[in-house]
Design a protein around this ligand. Sequence first.
Ligand code: 9UX
Length: 67
Amino acid sequence: MSTQTFTVTGMTCGHCVASVTEEVSEIDGVEDVAVDLETGSVKVTSTTPLEDDAVRAAVEEAGYQLA
Ligand code: 9UX
């Protein structure tokens, strides 16, 4: 099991959190996504470590950016 923490910019409300959570959750191997709206911290638990580019693509698909 792998846990990684990313920082996402641009989230300002609960819908933002839901969008990022949904997109990141769709990445293969992801088991849990925990978003802190205040800090932009996105903690991702997955079966194997994720490529930064995969996470970046998911975050951008949701309409936000990796810091
Ligand atoms: Mo509402 Mo969060 O437009 O961007 S989803 S602030």
